[in-house]
Each structure stands twice: as C-alpha cells, then as structure tokens.
Design a protein around this ligand. Structure first.
Ligand code: ATP
Ligand code: MG
Length: 267
C-alpha cells in the first residue's frame, strides 16, 4: 500500500494523467481520518525512538505548485511530533551569497543530523523546476543536474540518511479554487503573491519539468511519490502511511540502559 504512489525510475511520466484525487484509492473520508490519527501517533513514537537512538536520520522533501499544500501538510502530518526532533527548512530564491556557490551548497548544509527528521519545504529540485521553466541557466546546465542530484542523494543515503520525496499533485482547477480562497479571505492575503498567477500561466511547462524531475530522480535510495493532493484528507493519509512504514523499516531502538541500572535508587 505505501508503494501505490511511488514513481518507477526512468518511466516516462504524463502528470496530466496521474491522479490528483483519491477516487480509485479511497472512498471513505471518515475512515481515512481515523487511520490518519492512529498513524500520527505512531509517527510521534517513531520520532521519539529515532531521536533517542541518534544513529540514523530521515529527510523528507516536499514539492508542489503554489497552493499545493506544502505548509498544511507539514502542519497536519507532523502535528504532535516533538518539535525538538524535527526541523523544517524552506528554500526561497537563492541569495547573492548562495548564488556565488554551487546550487547544492546551501542544501547540503541543511541535511538532517543523526536522530533528526528534516523537512525540506521546496528543495534542490527548484534548480531543475523554476530554474528550467524560467531559463535561469542554459539548458546544458540544468540538464546535467539530474545526475548530480542523484549522486548527491546517493551520498546522503550511503552515509545513513533515509530519503523520501513527495510531489503534492493538485489539479489546475483545485489550484484556482485555493488561490481564489486566498484572495477572498483577509487572513490569507499574506499567502497570495502575484507571482503565483504568473507561474500558473506556465502550468504546462511546470508539469513537464516535474515529470522529468520525478522520473529521472526517483531512485531506489531516494524515491519520489506523486501524492493525489486535491483532497487534504487523502493526501495526509497517503503521506503518513509512507512515513510510518519507512520508519518501521528503519526500526530505531531505544539505547540500552547503563550497566547496573536496576540497583540504582533515587534518594
Ligand atoms: P507558499 O506556498 O506559502 O507561497 P512558497 O514556498 O511558495 O510558500 P514563497 O516565498 O512564496 O514561498 O516562494 C519561494 C520562491 O522561491 C518560489 O517561487 C520558488 O520557486 C523560489 N525558489 C526556490 N528555490 C529557488 C532556486 N533555487 N532558484 C530560483 N528560485 C527558487
Ligand atoms: Mg508562494
């Protein structure tokens, strides 16, 4: 079940034909919400074990079109997890300082430490998404990045990092509704940017760029998942299932007690 939305490496992808709705995967929202709540508890317990063990780490990459739900995924899925063990890094347009280095420099500095879960809200994939769509570098430069990204992620995986990458797949229609909701709700005006409308005009270019990123960089050691994300209840469930089953495989253990602990008395 956790593999339902996994992208097969190298498989040519047409994102317009890939589900944005739960339809064929789930049809019972209240059941899904019940399962999700259980999974969230398990996630919190696994995080506690991971932190106490301090030997392995998990990197979660989130990518989506604007209003695709990255923020609410973080808020909802990680609700209840000890904030000490989870960090979020949001990647914005690179600064002058960052642009003076290779594009992975700022990313490598943010990878999770042992025992930690790190969430990337956008990521190095922007360097083959917006950078490609807006032609911010020549084609030969962004084309060479898929392989570089795979090598980079291999290095992380080989040195103990488990990597999961989620593309929150929303339909163009759903994005319209969400952007309109931002426009009509004063408490959400801050989330709206005119830039989102410009990017919406480039929708097809973005879908083509996402298709390549997902298909060329879904690897056995750092898989991509395309999550149907029009309905938040299913998105949350699908992501929580993958997180929990991955953590179960990582199988973090509480460290053994120090020797002679049973004879100790608190006085
Ligand atoms: P929200 O979804 O809440 O609007 P956001 O992630 O879109 O959050 P913004 O500050 O609106 O945050 O946008 C960040 C911008 O930075 C995005 O447009 C993204 O494409 C851009 N960006 C991120 N990384 C790069 C990069 N390497 N090169 C160029 N632009 C980048
Ligand atoms: Mg934005």
């Amino acid at each position: 079940m956790p593999d339902t939305h996994r992208i097969v490496p190298g498989q040519p992808l047409d994102l317009n034909r890939l589900a944005t709705r739960a339809d064929t995967f789930h049809d019972n929202r209240s059941e899904a919400e019940r399962e999700f709540k259980k999974l969230r508890k398990q996630l919190a317990e696994y995080q506690f074990r991971l932190y106490s063990e301090g030997k392995q780490e998990l990197l979660v990459v989130l990518q989506a079109m604007d209003a695709g739900g990255k923020d609410s995924t973080i808020r909802r899925v990680f609700q209840g997890v000890n904030p000490q063990g989870v960090r979020v890094t949001s990647f914005k347009a690179p600064s002058k300082r960052e642009l003076a280095r290779d594009y992975l420099w700022r990313v490598h500095r943010q990878v999770p430490a042992k025992g930690m879960i790190r969430i990337f809200n956008r990521s190095h994939y922007e360097d083959v998404l917006i950078v490609r769509v807006d032609s911010l570098v020549p084609e030969a430069v962004w084309r060479s990045r898929y392989e570089q990204i795979n090598d980079f992620e291999k290095l992380l995986a080989d040195t103990g990092t488990t990597i999961l990458k989620f593309f929150l797949h929303v339909s163009k229609h759903e994005q319209k509704e969400r952007l309109e909701a931002r426009l009509s709700d004063p408490t959400r005006h801050w989330k709206f940017s005119a830039d989102d409308l410009e990017k919406r005009k480039q929708w097809n270019d973005y879908m083509a760029a996402y298709a390549d990123a997902l298909s060329l960089c879904s690897t056995p050691y750092a898989p991509w998942y395309a999550i149907p994300a029009d309905q938040k209840w299913y998105r949350n469930l699908a992501i929580a299932r993958i997180l929990v089953s991955t953590l179960a495989k990582m199988d973090p253990q509480y460290p053994p007690a120090e020797e002679g602990l049973e004879e100790r008395r608190v006085i």
